[in-house]
Every structure is written in C-alpha cells, then in structure tokens.
Design a protein around this ligand. Structure first.
Ligand code: GLP
Length: 256
C-alpha cells in the first residue's frame, strides 16, 4: 500500500488547490487531448472549473477533444433540473468551455429503466477506452461519488440510498431551497479505482475526519475514501489548514 502522506500535497487555500488541480488537467490534456475524464460536483471543484474556463478562454488548454462523464447525480431528477449535477457541470464547465455535446455523457437520474441506464453508462465508459482521470471530491462521511459508508467496493454504476448525513449536508448547502432526494445514482468504487489516474480534492473544515481516516492508511469499508489507498496513480490535493486537524483525528475514528 502506498503511504498516504506521500500522496498528499498541502495547498494554501482553495485558490492554490484549484490552480494545482487545473495544472493537473492541463498536463493530461497536453499529453492526451482526447482524454476520458470523470467530473465531480460540489463546492470544492468550483475553483477548478473557473480556472479551466479561464485557461480555455486564454487558449492555454482545450478540452474540446476530451470526453467527459460525471460521477454521480440524484435519482429522479432530469438533467435540466436546477438541483441536478448534470446541470451544474454544464453550467460551470462544459458549456463555458464549449465541449461538444457528443463528447459528454452524464448520468440520467430520471431514466425510466434505471438498471439499464447504469449498464449503459458503464458500457459508454468502456467504449471510450476507460477513464484516464477521475477527479473526486470528498463527502464529510468519507464518501466518494455517492458511494456511502458500507458500500460494496466491487460495485459499478448503481443506485444508492443517501445517508442522513449526506442529505443534511446538501440541505444546508442549498439553504433548504430544495427537497433533497433520498436516492442517488453513482459510478461504483470499482469504476473509480479502474481510472488510470485519480485526483482527490479536499477542502473545507468538515473534511478533517474523512481525511484523517485516509491518512490512517487502513482500508476500511466504513470510509469509502480508503478504497483509494492502493491506487497506483493517486494525487490528493488538500487544504493545508486541514493538516493538523486531520492528524489529530487519526485516533479513535468511527463512522455510522
Ligand atoms: C456530494 C457529491 C460528491 C462530492 C461531495 C463533496 O456528496 N456526491 O461527489 O464529492 O458532495 O462536496 P463538496 O465539495 O461540496 O464538499
């Protein structure tokens, strides 16, 4: 197993974290313009998307040949729903950078046959040649995508019951303006760890516990993020202010 601390780069604030993440994507696109990339939603990657939009406008990079998937979404929402992750990604990254429609495949949370949608999604990733890069955020309970604590690590794209903690966090983030669905749809941990490269972005005080669980270095299904410990090409970009808090939390970690 790789030593977790050696994979973590501590960044001074979200600005540095976003620029470092954008450097990563820029380097991949320079190496492989047609790269296949899975994208996260949430507050953490907003700075990365702003940076990529600015660099695209400045012609430093072009995501037009790359292909994009998302990691997760709520179940039952159409891709146009204001709460949907599909809409978020279109708004913050895919549209402003002009990624062509036929290079975008996002989960359809309102698909009528959801099992078939999950299979079709996996088939689309495979047909694209597999993920070159999975960019991940981190849930306060250690989830990656919507793979909640206790998830099966051999799962592929599937429907999940969202934990009360996840729903409460999202309720707060959306200031109670939306009813947060009970279920989500997510690529599985298997899908994620098969990506040739993984970039995990960790920002915000509430991430100290899951980051501590990761730094402990023990694979533990109660902390889905620890499924990444054995990945051969993992980079973690984390806010430096989490360093002390995450170290303190290493002892006595429990997760519901
Ligand atoms: C949601 C998403 C995750 C994301 C997480 C972190 O739960 N399902 O994919 O990583 O939020 O969000 P934030 O960056 O807002 O903390």
């Amino acid at each position: 197993m790789s030593a977790p601390s050696s994979t973590i780069r501590w960044c001074r604030g979200r600005g540095e974290l976003s620029r470092a993440a954008a450097d990563h994507v820029e380097a991949l696109l320079a190496r492989k313009p047609g790269a296949v990339i899975a994208l996260p939603t949430g507050q953490t990657p907003l700075g990365l998307y702003a940076e990529l939009v600015a660099r695209t406008a400045a012609k430093r990079l072009s995501p037009a040949q790359a292909r994009f998937f998302n990691l997760d979404d709520y179940l039952g929402l159409s891709v146009d729903d204001p709460l949907s992750y599909a809409r978020f990604l279109r708004e913050h990254f895919l549209m402003p950078t002009g990624v062509p429609e036929d290079h975008i495949r996002l989960l359809r949370g309102d698909a009528v046959g959801i099992e078939a949608e999950c299979r079709d999604y996996e088939a689309a990733i495979a047909a694209a040649g597999g993920l070159d890069l999975a960019i991940l955020g981190l849930g306060t309970n250690g989830h990656i995508g919507f793979n909640e604590p206790g998830s099966n690590w051999s799962a592929r794209t599937h429907v999940v019951f969202l934990s009360p903690e996840t729903r409460a966090t999202h309720m707060t983030q959306t200031q109670g303006k939306f009813a947060i669905p009970e279920y989500g749809i997510t690529v599985g941990i298997s899908t994620i760890v098969e990506a040739r490269e993984i970039l995990l972005l960790v920002a915000g005080g509430a991430k100290a516990r899951p980051l501590a669980a990761f730094r402990r270095g023990i694979p533990d299904s109660k902390w889905p993020v620890t499924a990444l410990l054995t990945h051969r090409n993992l980079t973690v970009l984390a806010e430096a202010e989490l360093q002390a808090a995450a170290a303190e939390g290493v002892m006595g970690l429990t997760n519901p």
